[in-house]
Design a protein around this ligand. Structure first.
Ligand SMILES: *Cc1c(COP(=O)(O)O)cnc(C)c1O
Length: 374
């Protein structure tokens, strides 16, 4: 039996780490790929849909995959402090991994616009939380400027090690299914994750370590081919924060899905490349569609993801309805973060608890009124 010690140990051969790189890990990765059996039935489509539940990472989102790499490499380089701009989950992951590494962590977040669970994580892990009167894009710009004058290591997804860690999700999907799926759907905010997925899938089908046409030399760390093909990539943006669909930056992005409330994604060009090379497309969903999908997933599949994650389900359901996805297809949706991250949004759209007297009659009445028909 080999104990699981996180994704750097597991995929060492495929990652830019040396034998003496100090590995900072919380045993991230190895998240379950859960078949969603009720959704195809409800959608009336003959397809197989799987949710890759990244909410089960140590800090509750896929950001841990990138952070184990970024913080390990920062430590290797002798960094004393890391910094990031965040819509919430990057700050939660950065704070936790910095705590484990024993280095300082500074996070810039948009004031009043991050989900409560994420804020509590950044605070609890002892990072220095700086709320800015501005949005994520302002924070991202400030982080890049301040890193020129202060001894801080940026751990946003412009840090190439973040993308390297995050690409491992593709390897895990391929291992679970035996090959790549036909389609892979995910939310697009700063667009680092769609970039990472595509690099992972591209490396998985490539064995030429010298000059690979598929991954353009990024694949120097692998030896064996994992998959026979790559999926069609489907990237979804919230209607109020959809710069890639609009073809220009969105100045004041707005959406209930705060994790993708981004108007000027750093990895825009790489996201376009992933879409074009895979023959995929971008789509948009309204906040109403996002929240309906979040609730549907929670109430028909038992999976509680955060609003941003639910857009991969919302977008997929729309594209299934439109007939854009063929019968018999296998689709993986990345469920990027846990629903517990954003309790306010969950409670606001749920049935309120009932309050009754502490008496048997009262409880029986409630049960009678809610039992499904026999
Ligand atoms: C960061 C994040 C996203 C967006 O990922 P990008 O790499 O910025 O496109 C989506 N969902 C959740 C839960 C996130 O934390």
């Amino acid at each position: 039996m080999h104990p699981y010690n996180g994704l750097i140990e597991k995929y060492r051969e495929r990652l830019p780490v040396a034998d003496d790189t100090p590995v900072v890990s919380l045993n991230e990765g190895a998240t379950p790929l859960i078949e969603l059996r009720n959704l195809p039935r409800l959608a009336g489509k003959n397809v197989r849909i799987f949710g890759k539940f990244e909410g089960l990472n140590p800090t509750g989102s896929f950001k841990d995959r990138g952070m184990t790499m970024a913080v390990s490499k920062a430590l290797e380089a002798g960094a004393r402090a890391i910094i990031c701009a965040s819509t919430g989950n990057t700050s939660a992951a950065a704070a936790a991994y910095a705590a484990r590494a024993g280095i300082a962590c500074f996070v810039l977040i948009p004031e009043g616009k991050i989900a409560l669970g994420k804020l509590s994580q950044a605070m609890m892990h002892g990072s220095v939380v700086i709320q800015i009167r501005g949005n994520f894009d302002d924070g991202m710009r400030l982080v890049q400027e301040v890193a020129k004058t202060m001894p801080v290591n940026i751990v946003n997804s412009i840090n190439p090690y973040r993308i390297q860690g995050q690409k491992t999700i593709a390897f895990e999907v391929i291992e679970a299914l035996g090959d790549a799926p036909d389609y892979h759907a995910l939310p697009v905010g700063n667009a680092g994750n769609i970039t990472a997925h595509w690099i992972g899938y591209s490396e998985a089908v490539c064995t030429d370590t010298r000059a690979c046409a598929l991954c353009q030399g990024r694949c120097g760390y692998h030896k064996t081919k994992l998959a026979t093909r790559r999926p069609v990539m489907l990237g979804y943006q919230a209607s109020g924060a959809a710069p890639i669909l609009r073809g220009r930056p969105v100045e004041n992005p707005e959406t209930v899905a705060t994790a993708i409330r981004i108007g000027n994604p750093v990895s825009w060009q790489q996201a376009l490349a992933a879409q074009q090379e895979s023959g995929g497309w971008f789509g948009e969903c309204t906040d109403g569609e996002i929240l309906r999908a979040q609730k549907m997933l929670a109430q028909t599949e038992g999976i509680f993801c955060e609003p941003a994650s639910a857009i991969s389900i919302a977008g997929l359901l729309k594209d299934l309805e439109l007939g854009k996805i063929g019968e018999g297809s296998t689709i993986v949706c990345t469920l990027t973060g846990h629903g517990l991250k954003d309790p306010d949004t969950a409670i606001a759209q749920s049935v309120k608890p009932l309050t009754v007297e502490a008496e048997l009659d009262a409880i029986e009445d409630v049960i009678r009124g809610h039992l499904p028909p026999s």
